[in-house]
Design a protein around this ligand. Sequence first.
Ligand SMILES: N[C@@H](CCC(=O)N[C@@H](CSS)C(=O)NCC(=O)O)C(=O)O
Length: 310
Amino acid sequence: MIPDTDYSTTVKAYKIWMPMITYCFPISITLHRIRRHRSIMLIQSLKVIRRVLSRGPNSIQLRNTMSTVTRFQPCTQNFIFRQLFDATSSTYTYLLGDADSAECILIDPVVEHAKRDFQLTKDLNLKLVYAVNTHMHADHITGTGYLKKLSGCKSVISRQSGAQADVLIEENDFITFGNQRLKVLSTPGHTNGCCSYYSEQQGIAFTGDALLIRGCGRTDFQEGNSETLYRSVHDKIFTLPDNTRLYPAHDYKGLMVTSVDEEKRLNPRLTKTMEEFVKIMDNLNLAYPAQIDKALPANKVCGLYDIPPE
Ligand SMILES: N[C@@H](CCC(=O)N[C@@H](CSS)C(=O)NCC(=O)O)C(=O)O
């Protein structure tokens, strides 16, 4: 005989427990997960704070500036490079060589240091093939003529400079020595014939007086034109890769090298609009270079002028 079971208590229990199981249990699991997630987040935040504090007071600033640090493109092993200086006119001369062929060139040599520079080429077992000018300088006599006599090298300057030389170069020409080559970029404005020289292979450019470190060449004589200079720098130099090393013809504060990125961000003249730049250049009020009267006639013949007798 089947016992007469009372199901009413079972139904009651079912009515009470089912909603608890269906709704409350998942809610409690979710709450538990949220609490766990919160504690993980808290632990991670504490770890970050501890890391920042352990680096000292400048750590947050250091982290923020990391993205703007320029990494220069490294030079190849067969590239020889020396930066030389004339303290009288604050002029930089550059020796660039090719280790494979032993050929080298000098950029913007100064007559008083022609012997020093020639001796350096010999010390490094290099053969000087070209003495190159970025433009017709007004503040010193080029060493080009003297070096030509000492070494038999060829003198080089742009055709637009109006100076005489063995090789007259123009925009997009290449100056080649061994396995190295420099592309000629016409960058007028300081003078009509100003050129910059760019080695894509080495990530390096020589800007003459077009672009100086945090400055630029003056535009108040020798066919100077501020608008032309502004366009030259923006169109020809600031369009090179940001990590290109830039070497100027002068520095008056002891700085030696800069980069496209640095000058695009920090040059106090060339970060301005063209109108502002023109105003700045109109108000430089610089004294005329001390040697201008003897430098210009001498440089018109690339320094083949008054050369000391051997
Ligand atoms: N005091 C120097 C000449 C300084 C000078 O005028 N430098 C020129 C480049 S050489 S022509 C220049 O462009 N300077 C720009 C600047 O902002 O300083 C001397 O007597 O030689």
